[in-house]
Design a protein around this ligand. Structure first.
Ligand SMILES: CC(C)(COP(=O)(O)OP(=O)(O)OC[C@H]1O[C@@H](n2cnc3c(N)ncnc32)[C@H](O)[C@@H]1OP(=O)(O)O)[C@@H](O)C(=O)NCCC(=O)NCCSC(=O)C[C@](C)(O)C(=O)O
Length: 354
């Protein structure tokens, strides 16, 4: 009788059987397709606190009831970064489990916030664009508009547009124009002479720093001291806790043969960690939204995520008189000073007068 567990026999069996595949290839997506994602998630206090704790998002309003009340919340709410990561995590099985790199995201908004723990999330996505990659024949580029809804009321809690590289079933010929165009780019740096750091983290501090920068060849730009070295918890555990099944984060065997050679940090962990560093140096009131987010290179176990902030504008038009609106560009970078993430963020920042 054949012993299927004999190593030689088993190796032959593995060679002959088909693999029941997971996920979709580029060819499976057509513009206009709407995908209802089957996985759902209850946004629990444990999930929320685990995400915030590990990414250094320690704003007391998300941890303590008295601090939450002082900020106009009924109780400590679900953090917008966890809500965003959970909304995206649920979509991975259908959209990007095949192994595409998360390139970027824009128009991240929270129409239904604040959201409280116990809310069940139901997520759907629409294919908004499919494109050939001119530099990588084995991939296409797909963008989806995703909406995370309260499963009970249907209210949209988080929405965004995300873009990934997605493996093709059949590679196509490319003209290489992307790489050629990149080489032609004039990349001479054009940095200002003076870099100004706000005196504090209140709205008035950002206004004052921008006024100072306006009078000379200067920018309001500074780095944050904290760093967070990536470990098994941030790389594998946090994405799995959002039901993100991308092999990039938990299958060392497959990833050893990929460009990174190793499992990599979920893009939402990288950006949330950098944002946590930035928020620790400001008095956040509410998160408004995120745009033009890009992931420039991989972050892996052992890499350390730091943050750099540029203040772009400050307007006295927030939803509450106790705050003003500030727009930032945040850049996450690693121990070799390489940018790994960048994006703009609009947030309401508390006024000192309160
Ligand atoms: C992917 C790598 C290797 C390509 O690096 P490269 O130097 O070869 O390429 P590039 O020139 O920067 O870009 C390649 C192509 O992508 C396009 N592109 C680039 N950015 C955008 C964007 N925002 N929107 C639209 N298109 C974009 C770009 O225009 C270009 O098009 P082309 O082939 O036609 O010339 C490199 O950029 C890299 O390593 N990036 C980091 C990726 C990463 O680590 N992402 C986060 C972790 S993966 C993840 O979280 C997974 C997730 C969430 O679980 C899940 O989706 O399932």
């Amino acid at each position: 009788m054949t012993d299927w567990t004999d190593p030689d026999t088993f190796a032959q069996a593995l060679e002959h059987v088909e693999t029941k595949e997971k996920g979709n290839c580029f060819e499976d997506f057509e513009e206009g397709d709407v995908i209802e994602h089957d996985p759902g998630l209850t946004l629990t206090q444990f999930g929320n606190e685990q995400w915030m704790g590990q990414t250094l998002n320690h704003d007391p309003a998300y941890w303590r009831s008295d601090a939450a009340e002082a900020r106009g919340f009924e109780e400590p709410p679900v953090h917008p970064d966890y809500l965003t990561a959970a909304t995206l995590g649920i979509t991975v099985e259908d959209l990007s489990e095949k192994g595409g790199y998360f390139l970027g995201r824009t128009d991240v908004r929270f129409p239904g916030t604040p959201v409280y723990t116990g809310t069940e999330l139901h997520v759907e996505s629409e294919v908004v664009n499919t494109a050939t990659s001119s530099s990588r024949p084995e991939y296409g580029i797909v963008s989806w508009r995703t909406r995370g809804k309260d499963a009970e009321t249907g209210e949209v809690l988080c929405s965004y547009e995300r873009t990934n590289m997605i493996p093709r079933r059949d590679p196509v010929a490319t003209d290489g124009s992307g790489a050629a165009a990149a080489e032609e780019e004039d990349d001479k740096p054009d940095l200002p002479e003076v870099f100004i750091t706000p005196d504090g983290g209140y709205f008035e501090d950002f206004v004052a720093a921008l006024e100072e920068a306006d009078s000379e060849n200067a920018a309001v730009a500074y780095r944050h001291e904290r760093g967070r070295t990536q470990d098994d918890v941030t790389v594998a555990q946090l994405p799995l806790s959002t039901l993100n099944t991308a092999k990039q984060h938990h299958n060392v065997d497959v990833m050893s043969d990929s460009p990174s050679g190793d499992i990599v940090t979920y893009g939402d962990v990288t950006r949330s960690t950098a944002l946590g560093h930035a928020r620790s140096d400001e008095q956040t009131w509410r998160e408004v939204g995120f745009d033009d987010e890009s992931f420039h290179t991989f972050v892996a176990v052992g890499d350390t995520v730091y943050a750099f902030t540029r203040v772009l504008s400050a307007e006295d038009d927030a939803s509450s008189e106790q705050a003003g609106t500030v727009t930032f560009e945040h850049i996450a970078f690693n121990q070799d000073d390489e940018p790994v993430y960048s994006g703009t963020r609009t947030a309401e920042i508390q006024k000192r007068s309160n």
